[in-house]
Design a protein around this ligand. Structure first.
Ligand SMILES: *[C@@H]1O[C@H](CO)[C@@H](O)[C@H](O)[C@H]1NC(C)=O
Ligand SMILES: *[C@@H]1O[C@H](CO)[C@@H](O)[C@H](O)[C@H]1NC(C)=O
Ligand SMILES: *[C@@H]1O[C@H](CO)[C@@H](O)[C@H](O)[C@H]1NC(C)=O
Ligand SMILES: *[C@@H]1O[C@H](CO)[C@@H](O)[C@H](O)[C@H]1NC(C)=O
Ligand SMILES: *[C@@H]1O[C@H](CO)[C@@H](O)[C@H](O)[C@H]1NC(C)=O
Length: 749
């Protein structure tokens, strides 16, 4: 599946440099370098990506190496740029045609709308049939009410049955906030100008969601924030709303002529319990993604919220169910007797048909049939006008966010969600775009108790087939949804990665495809427990058993690098001297950093073998073994002067400011005499020494039980043989190495 989403809003900084160096993505930056991207439409039918920018439209061929692209220059209409500049707007950031809207219109044309230098305009763009190279034919028509005048204003739009629904500010000054319906054969519809209906709204998303099989019951939902009117809120507080209109609303006959007669709205709550019983509310809506499912009436609504206060800056993702949204709309209306009264639930008689209900076969009652909103009694229209807000808010599923990030150095701005089938059910993988040009890939996992969820950050993508397209002003990048191969070379690591796109196939960590009948399919997304998932797999691959030698100079600083593959793992350092292992004592001189262990001032007694271990879900693993050798001043001089290419290179490397002098290894640990011991040891490492009683119990069950033992015997036998040959191979090569002189000629291990 390709998930398609315009992430152009989020990426205000240029694409990071490392993006360009990765092979995971391809990037398009426009024909003239800087692509000022303002809209994206991915056409899966034609296999094309359409991009809108400043005075320009692009059509790109989709694919891993999309080199073919067409450009169309589309400036403002003659004179409009000059008029715009005359009104004092900025020639660069205001007075151009920023293409903000790209929608499929019919089989042959796209609808494109741009700001036209503060004179919005639209065009039908001829795009031809599948595989055909597109050409363009512009028929310019008025874009007022379709996109905002100001390129920096957010707006929301959706297209249904040849009609365009938009939520925007529709005037030059940016004051007329309105929900519009335009194009198609019917007359244009809009909201009345009334703060009760919309109070300084900022529109984020608009979607058509059916209620049932009767198309007359289809509703258009708008997600936005506006100034709060409810009690208990500070001046200037904002709330997030979901509002809706019937798609077949044609307004009233005498009142509300060409104005929405079915508009109602409810508050969307996203909060976490805080100290002293006061909830922390995330009120500012940043983005919405509709995760469509087989049941088109019940998509899941994913929304990013933010809150910014003096004490707390945070972001949250909340998921709403359509059933909860509909329940709020079917509940009581919010009501206030007068300016000095409190808000409460409206308890009087609600006129029929109930405001918010569409005229349709399903909603009509016998003898009281309404063919159109024009037949609605005036009392209904009056009530709708005075009671647009519902009394009950909509709470998220589980009543709390699925993801909360507080006091982080970046902002969460855009979200796309992909539902992935895995061995043990489905998972929703969220891709979240940040303002610093990164994309977070996150799953949340519910553990048994339905209220306990765990979030797992899979990777932080520094860019952008199965692909996600990510746009920034600088360009559009296409990024694979997964890269299972980066999750290490062992079953346990693949399992710990807990990426629903990946599974251990017996040989590698590879893309998981449901229905694939291959024998080995191991995934451990819910629990990430390799002890259960990988029990018959080769666990000896996981631990590093060789020592690399690192040199440091006395009184100088040195760095031992160790970065765990998984962002959730915790790292600990042990030092081994004379067969005794102990934890490294950390202080001002010896510091643990995210990248490794830093010695700010190296002492002779720091010599030893340093072991970096990562731990996650009871699984621990040796990532790095480094034999630190401390050189004294004269030893350094002597070594520097020696004619030894390998060695002096490494010294040079170090003196050039890199403190990593990676040297070949000489000492292999001698093989363990008893293989079953080794096996046992591996299990201990997996489960962790603190759980030793469990290990005993586990091994008892696995190997000491007769029935199971027979079952596992052949497997174990294979394993032992493999171990044995590996051991032989190792002792052979280590024998050769041991004959090498101590001054370490070869740099390869
Ligand atoms: C990138 O991928 C292509 C095709 O898969 C491959 O031929 C090329 O060697 C890769 N480049 C790098 C730097 O990995
Ligand atoms: C699509 O719409 C355009 C613009 O209205 C029109 O010129 C064209 O004929 C339409 N194409 C089809 C196949 O209906
Ligand atoms: C390191 O510092 C100590 C005390 O400051 C000094 O005695 C020693 O000679 C120094 N060693 C080197 C190699 O500079
Ligand atoms: C410490 O390391 C720096 C950088 O490699 C080097 O310039 C300096 O001479 C070293 N000092 C000693 C005392 O070895
Ligand atoms: C286990 O791993 C070792 C070392 O990587 C390898 O030599 C051996 O063939 C593997 N054994 C099996 C059963 O895959």
């Amino acid at each position: 599946p390709s998930i398609v989403r315009d992430l152009s809003y989020s990426l205000t900084s240029p694409l990071p440099a490392d993006l360009l160096s990765t092979n995971r993505s391809s990037i398009f930056s426009g024909h003239h370098g800087q692509l000022t991207l303002t809209s994206v439409f991915l056409d899966e039918y034609r296999d094309r990506l359409f991009l809108g920018g400043k005075d320009v439209l692009y059509s790109l061929m989709l694919g891993p190496t999309s080199t073919e692209s067409k450009e169309l220059y589309w400036p403002p209409l003659p004179g409009n740029r000059e008029n715009c500049i005359q009104t004092g707007k900025d020639p660069q950031t205001d007075c151009a045609n920023f293409v903000r809207l790209l929608q499929p219109y019919n089989r042959t044309h796209l609808l494109a709308c741009g700001t036209g230098a503060f004179q919005p305009m639209c065009a039908f763009v001829y795009v031809g049939h599948r595989g055909e190279v597109s050409h363009y034919d512009l028929n310019v028509e008025n874009g007022r009410g379709k996109v905002p005048h100001d390129p920096s204003f957010r707006f929301a739009s959706t297209f249904r049955g040849g009609e365009l629904y938009t939520g925007l500010t529709a005037d030059f000054l940016g004051r007329d906030s309105v929900i519009f319906r335009s194009m198609g054969g019917r007359s244009t519809m809009r909201t009345e100008t009334d703060q009760k209906l919309l109070h300084d709204p900022k529109f984020i998303a608009a979607h058509v969601i059916p209620d049932n099989d009767d198309r007359d019951d289809d509703k258009v939902y708008f997600f936005f924030t506006e100034k709060a009117s409810e009690p208990g809120d500070r001046e200037g507080a904002i709330h997030t709303r979901v509002g809706r209109v019937c798609a077949n609303d044609v307004g009233g006959q005498r009142v509300l002529v060409n104005k929405w007669s079915t508009f109602i709205k409810a508050r969307l709550v996203c909060s976490v319990p805080g100290p002293h019983g006061i909830d922390t509310h995330f009120n500012q809506l940043e983005d919405v993604f509709l995760l469509r499912t087989k049941d088109e009436r019940n998509p899941d609504v994913y929304a990013i919220f933010s809150t910014i206060s003096n004490v707390f800056q945070g972001f949250a993702v909340c998921v709403y169910r359509m059933a909860d949204i509909r329940e709020a709309f079917n509940g009581p209306f919010a009501h206030k007797e007068g300016p000095d009264y409190q808000w409460g639930a409206y308890e009087g008689r609600v006129p029929y048909p109930r405001p918010g209900v569409c005229p349709s076969k399903i909603t009509n009652q016998p003898g009281r049939e309404f063919g159109s909103t024009k037949d609605f009694p005036d009392s209904v229209l009056q009530f709708a006008r005075s009671h647009p807000l519902m009394w009950r808010p909509v709470f998220p599923a589980l009543r709390r966010p699925v993801l909360v990030q507080a006091n982080i150095p970046h902002k969460l701005q855009q979200i796309v969600v992909d539902r992935v089938e895995a061995e043990d059910g489905h998972y929703d993988v969220m891709f979240i775009g940040t303002n610093v040009g990164t994309v977070l890939k996150v799953i949340t996992i519910q553990n048994g108790n339905s209220l306990e969820t765990e979030e797992v950050t899979l990777e932080e993508l520094h860019v952008f087939k199965q692909a996600i397209y990510v746009g920034s002003p600088a360009g559009v990048a296409q990024v694979k949804l997964h890269r299972c191969e980066t999750y290490g070379k062992a079953c346990a690591e693949c399992c710990l990665a807990r990426d629903p796109y990946c599974a251990w196939d017996g040989f590698t960590c590879a893309q998981y495809t449901p229905n694939n009948k291959r024998r080995y399919r191991r995934q451990g997304i819910r629990h990430g427990n390799p002890a259960l998932q990988c029990v018959d797999q080769n666990l000896s691959d996981v631990d590093v058993t060789e020592d690399d030698v690192v040199y440091g100079t006395e009184n100088n600083s040195t760095f031992l690098e160790c970065v765990p593959r998984s962002p959730q793992a915790s790292v600990s350092w042990l030092v081994q001297r004379d067969d005794r292992k102990e934890e490294v004592k950390l202080d001002d001189r010896v510091m643990a950093t995210e990248q490794g262990l830093l010695f700010r001032h190296l002492l002779h007694e720091d010599e030893g073998v340093y072991i970096c271990r990562s731990r996650e879900h009871g699984f621990s693993q040796t990532l790095v073994r480094l034999s630190l050798q401390v050189l004294q001043g004269d030893a350094v001089d002597e070594l520097m002067s020696r004619d030894n290419a390998g060695f002096s290179d490494s010294i040079k490397e170090r003196s050039a400011g890199s403190y990593r002098a990676w040297m070949p290894c000489t000492a292999y640990r001698s093989g363990t005499s008893s293989h079953s011991r080794l096996w046992f040891k591996d299990i201990v490492q997996m489960i962790g020494p603190s759980n030793l009683p469990h290990v005993e119990e586990y091994c008892e069950r696995m190997w000491c039980n007769d029935k199971l033992r027979r079952k596992h015997k052949s497997m174990l036998e294979k394993y032992r043989q493999a171990q044995e040959s590996a051991r032989k191979a190792r002792s052979k090569s280590s024998g050769e190495r041991n004959r090498m002189p101590r001054d370490l000629k070869a740099r390869d291990v």
